[in-house]
Design a protein around this ligand. Structure first.
Ligand SMILES: [Zn+2]
Length: 180
C-alpha cells in the first residue's frame, strides 16, 4: 500500500505541472535572498509559465528597477533552482491580484492579454479609505457634534447635557471625583 502510494507521488512529481509548482515554490522561498529585502517588499513572484517567471511589483518604478537588473536576478535565481528559468517579466498590474498557480505548459498566461510589461497606467484606481482618513472623518464628526454641547465647568470639555444634569460635571470628571 505504502509502496504504491510512493509510486503515485513519484509519478505526480514528474508531471510538468507539479514540477512547475515545485519550481515556483523554490523561487518564492529564495526570492528575498536574490533581490534583497528592500526589493522583496515591493515585488512578489506572481506565477510561472513556460520557464517565464512573472513578478508583480508595487509600482511601475519597481518594474523598471528590476527590469534593469533582470540579468543578474535571473543568474542568481537560476543558481538556486534545480531547473533554470529563461526570463522574468515584471508588471505592477499583478500586484493586487491573488497569486495564481503556475499555468500548464499549453496555455498562454492570461495576464499577458492586455497587461503591458512596464506600464505607468496599471496602478489600480481603486482608492480605499485608510485607517488614518477613517479616523479623521470620525474625529471631525465628533467635533462637529460636540460644538453644540455645553462645557463641563471643571475641565471645560463639551459634555452631553444629561451628564451635566446628573453630576454637574462631565462623566470623566464625575468618575475622578468618585475615585478620590
Ligand atoms: Zn469635566
Amino acid at each position: 500500500m505504502l509502496k504504491s502510494l510512493n509510486h503515485i507521488v513519484e509519478a505526480l512529481d514528474n508531471q510538468p505541472f507539479w514540477q512547475g509548482q515545485k519550481q515556483f515554490q523554490q523561487i518564492r522561498d529564495c526570492w528575498a535572498d536574490v533581490v534583497g529585502a528592500d526589493r522583496a517588499q515591493q515585488t512578489r513572484p506572481h506565477s510561472l509559465s513556460r520557464s517565464i517567471l512573472y513578478v508583480a511589483t508595487s509600482s511601475s518604478v519597481w518594474s523598471q528597477d528590476l527590469s534593469l537588473n533582470c540579468r543578474s536576478i535571473l543568474k542568481q535565481l537560476n543558481a538556486r533552482l534545480s531547473t533554470p528559468i529563461e526570463t522574468i517579466r515584471f508588471s505592477p498590474g499583478w500586484w493586487y491580484q491573488e497569486q495564481t498557480l503556475p499555468q500548464t505548459e499549453e496555455s498562454e498566461h492570461p495576464s499577458l492579454v492586455d497587461q503591458p510589461e512596464v506600464s505607468s497606467s496599471a496602478d489600480p484606481p481603486v482608492e480605499q479609505p485608510t485607517p488614518q482618513t477613517a479616523f479623521e472623518q470620525w474625529a471631525a464628526k465628533i467635533k462637529a457634534r460636540s460644538q453644540n454641547l455645553p462645557l463641563c465647568p471643571q475641565c471645560h470639555c463639551p459634555t452631553p447635557p444629561g451628564e451635566l444634569k446628573r453630576w454637574h460635571v462631565c462623566g470623566l470628571c464625575a468618575t475622578k471625583q468618585w475615585q478620590g
